[in-house]
Unconditional design. Structure first.
Length: 121
């Protein structure tokens, strides 16, 4: 019985952290992303796709602002760039890759300000 109770608690906690995934359509006004149909700011994961259905980008939003991990992809499916946002501003490490998946450079941001750039040979 104790194992069943623990399992139920784990499943409930995982479910409470899950986010809805949205693909649009969206409106962007004053840097805030809104659901076009409801005019409510987006909270959840937003995904964008190329015309052929390949994933172009994915990122977390909170109250219509980028917040958390964002990833963008080349049209061949390779990761193009990834980085974190906090309250709509770049924050932390951003990595950029070429079409073969090789790391090209890294950028470090604090509160939306670029503080360091490193290029790979």
């Amino acid at each position: 019985m104790r194992l069943l109770t623990t399992l139920c608690l784990v499943l409930l906690s995982v479910h409470s952290y899950s986010q809805e995934v949205f693909t649009g359509p969206f409106l962007i006004r004053d840097g805030i992303t809104y659901h076009q149909d409801t005019n409510e700011p987006v909270t959840g994961i937003v995904e964008e796709f190329y015309d052929d259905g390949q994933l172009k980008g994915r990122g977390n939003f909170k109250d219509g602002k980028p917040d958390g991990l964002h990833e963008w992809f080349h049209d061949n499916g390779q990761l193009f760039s990834r980085g974190n946002f906090k309250d709509g501003k770049e924050d932390g490490l951003f990595e950029n890759f070429d079409e073969n998946g090789t790391l090209v450079n890294t950028l470090t941001y604090r509160n939306g300000e670029l503080v360091e750039t490193n290029f790979n040979p």
